[in-house]
Design a binder for this molecule. Structure first.
Ligand code: HBI
Ligand code: FE
Length: 288
């Protein structure tokens, strides 16, 4: 995940906390149509693939009604459910700004939406990635607690220069996390649910590893920002994910300071392996 340089100032028109007005009335019919196209495609695909908490959140917030959701309308229900709100930002914001918003139950979401010609890939998070991908899970009280705890941890990690370890935790849970269910792994990560191809790849493809979530292991594991993940981590429950982050990270950070990074495709002898991937996809991509 690329982030804005730490010394950056808010762009013109943004407030000191980098928020801007969503300007919902300014969206064109074509932009609303892009949302509706993406929404309808993913909603059908995710039945039976996304976890229950995500699907419940998607329905509770009624994100389909009028194309790109009006954050003010979404926030009425979201605030009632878990005290979270969505705030519009111009794009990626500096880590410290991002963590401060999360610590105060505000999720920063891009206001722009990808073009109709590039439905399947985008450089920076757009409103579909942020609101369709991230916001439904924020209706779940346990995940809502986790995201706030992550923000508070991020503010502390910034001062301990352990941000890169914490960014991996975010990447392998909030963005690309899987959760185990009696029917098998299901998706909760925003980067997966907002991508048609990766919603299929993450669950069905024999290529990636699927390994039981372990906090320290995840925080040592490098990740890809330019293609499908080579390893997905599977939490046993949202309660377990929250519990993992509600403990003191001090001793963990001290161990991490001397621990070697783990490659994105590596499988360790100590891993609880659900799927040992072939990495066929990544190898084919590398051979191109
Ligand atoms: N800013 N708007 C926005 N959205 C993000 O997801 C985001 C960010 N800044 C930093 C960031 N993510 C990552 O560095 C997190 O891992 C902290
Ligand atoms: Fe994201």
């Amino acid at each position: 995940m690329k982030t804005a340089p730490p010394e950056a100032r808010p762009p013109a028109g943004a407030k000191a906390d980098w928020t801007i007005d969503q300007g919902w009335r300014a969206y064109s019919a074509a932009e609303h149509q892009v949302w509706t196209t993406l929404y309808e495609r993913q909603r059908d695909l995710l039945r039976g693939r996304a976890c229950d908490a995500f699907l419940r959140g998607l329905d509770a917030l009624d994100l389909h009604r009028q194309g790109i959701p009006d954050f003010a309308r979404v926030n009425e229900e979201l605030d009632r459910l878990t005290g979270w709100s969505v705030v519009a930002v111009p794009g990626l914001v500096p880590d410290a700004v991002f963590f401060d918003h999360l610590a105060h139950r505000r999720f920063p979401a891009g206001r722009f939406i990808r073009g109709a010609g590039s439905l399947d890939y985008l450089e920076a998070p757009d409103v579909f990635h942020d609101v369709f991908g991230h916001v439904p899970m924020l209706t779940d009280p346990v995940f809502a607690d986790y995201m706030q705890a992550y923000g508070e941890g991020g503010l502390r990690a910034s001062h301990l220069s352990q941000l890169h370890h914490l960014a991996r935790l975010y990447w392998y849970t909030v963005e690309f996390g899987l959760i185990s269910t009696p029917e098998g792994p299901r998706i909760y990560g925003a980067g997966i649910v907002s991508s048609r191809a990766e919603s299929l790849f993450a669950l069905d493809d024999p290529s990636p590893n699927r390994i039981v979530f372990d906090l320290e292991r995840v925080m040592r594991t490098l990740y890809r920002i330019d293609d499908f993940q080579q390893t997905y981590f599977v939490v046993s429950s949202l309660d377990a994910l929250r519990a993992a982050t509600l403990k003191d990270f001090g001793p963990l950070y001290r161990r991490l300071a001397n621990a070697a990074d783990i490659g994105p495709a590596e499988v360790l002898a100590t891993d609880a392996v659900i799927t040992r991937g072939s990495q066929a996809y990544a190898l084919a991509q590398a051979a191109q």
